[in-house]
Design a protein around this ligand. Structure first.
Ligand code: ADP
Ligand code: ASP
Ligand code: MG
Length: 404
């Protein structure tokens, strides 16, 4: 008997049969005596549609109204799952973020959870009621609905597990664990029985969508035991654990790709102190994160600055920089969304040289041009043309000896 949080992603609740399947899984846990809170995503495809509608009406839409729209997907699933549970004799009720409440900061569209009021849920779970909680949403300080960024239901689940002092947070999804790379791109990817928090954090932050970055950060900080497993098969999944709990550590543990970034180049900026601040200051004030950055040497007192930004932020970033044109004094801005970021990750890089050079040589042997490079202690990332994504990931997976 334990208190657990079970999270089901979009594909796991994609239609009524799958919602019934989820209800069956929850019932098994309840019958085994567990106190259960369930966190659900929107049904597969729903959030994409809602986001597209906002973008079609206005690329620079009001983020508070965007949240009002996109949070609805999860509300539907909570009600449907509660009905499906009641139908098989399980006491259950739905909870929206604002009802609990899940309080967030003011960053509409990519808010962070500030606190969760867990007492009432705990009381009801102890009385045998299943709490069916809408992932991805909370309430901002302005009392309006906020969402947590794409993939945010993972973070809702981990934060809820921490607030409820749950024993485990089980993330049920459409793959049966965390693999050395996306198994949909590389069928020979290997399932990892365990992965270190640091590696999972890095993999998630460079694009491995299996867990949202912030959920791993929270799990690490709040010591939540996270397990990734299949909602369709009964198989052991992947446990996210401390580095010390991993016996045989590979140098490279995984490869990730992201097509969610866009490249921007600011041409002909004066090469003088304060220029980077003039460009990146306004972007960060507007809540946009810049990722990879390169600055060219200056030939004639001016230089080019290239960086990557979330693709969803591109229209806003362009508008922000256009508004600051006078102040920065550039000649042109170029944007390219046809790019992909490929990253290799592994804690073994701390003690082994040569990981980056293997990456560069492998890409060169496939004729893939590298546009931007960035590194951290346990990661090397490169930006390439999007068309080469799969080729690059497969070639690197083989080059680092990760093929099953
Ligand atoms: P959910 O809707 O359940 O949240 P997501 O689509 O967000 O599911 O995440 C699961 C997907 O993550 C998988 O279908 C897989 O394609 C992708 N993925 C990317 N990298 C990995 C990886 N290293 N291991 C497992 N899955 C990965
Ligand atoms: N439904 C949201 C999304 O598609 C949140 C989630 O699924 O985690 O991004
Ligand atoms: Mg997800």
């Amino acid at each position: 008997m334990a208190r657990i949080v079970m999270k089901f992603g979009g594909t796991s609740v994609a239609d009524l049969d799958r919602i019934r399947n989820v209800a069956g899984r929850v019932k098994r846990a309840v019958d085994a005596g567990d106190e259960v809170a369930v966190v659900v995503s929107a049904m597969a495809g729903v959030t994409n549609q809602l986001v597209a509608w906002c973008q079609q009406l206005s690329p620079l839409h009001d983020a508070r109204e965007y949240d009002t729209v996109v949070a609805t997907g999860e509300q539907v699933t909570t009600g449907l799952l509660a009905i499906a549970l009641q139908e098989i004799g399980v006491d259950a009720r739905s909870w929206q973020g604002w009802q609990i409440p899940v309080r967030t900061d003011a960053q509409h569209g990519k808010a962070r959870i500030a606190s969760i009021e867990g007492a009432e849920l705990i009381r009801r779970m102890q009385a045998g009621q299943v709490a069916v909680v809408a992932g991805f949403q909370g309430v901002a300080p302005d009392q309006r609905i906020a969402t947590l960024g794409r993939g945010g239901s993972d973070t809702s689940a981990v934060a809820l597990a921490a607030a409820l002092r749950a024993e485990r947070c089980d993330i049920y999804t459409d793959v049966d664990g965390v693999y050395t790379t996306d198994p949909r791109i590389v069928p020979r990817a290997k399932k990892l029985p365990r992965i270190a928090y640091e590696e999972m954090l890095e993999l998630a932050s460079v694009g491995a969508k299996v867990l949202q970055t912030r959920s791993v950060e929270l799990a690490m900080k709040e010591r939540v035991r996270v397990q990734v497993l299949s909602s369709f098969e009964d198989k052991p999944g992947t446990l996210v654990v401390d580095e010390e709990e991993i016996v045989e550590q590979e140098i490279v543990s995984g490869i990730a790709y992201s097509r969610d970034e866009a490249k921007m180049t600011v041409r002909g900026v004066p090469d003088r102190p304060g220029i980077a601040a003039a460009i990146f200051g306004p972007l960060s004030e507007a809540g946009m994160n810049v990722d990879m950055i390169v600055q060219n040497v200056s030939a004639d007192g001016t230089t080019d600055l290239t960086f990557t930004i979330s693709r969803a932020d591109l229209p806003r970033a362009q508008a922000t920089l256009e508004a600051a044109k006078e102040k920065i004094g550039y000649s042109a801005i170029l944007a390219d969304s046809d790019v992909a970021k490929i990253s290799v990750v592994g804690v073994g890089m701390r003690s082994h040289a040569g990981v980056a050079s293997t990456m560069f040589a492998t890409l060169a042997s496939k004729g893939i041009n590298i546009q931007v490079i960035s590194t951290s202690e346990i990661k090397v990332s490169v930006l390439i043309a999007a068309d080469y994504t799969e080729l690059a990931v497969r070639a690197l997976h083989t080059a680092y000896g990760l093929d099953a």
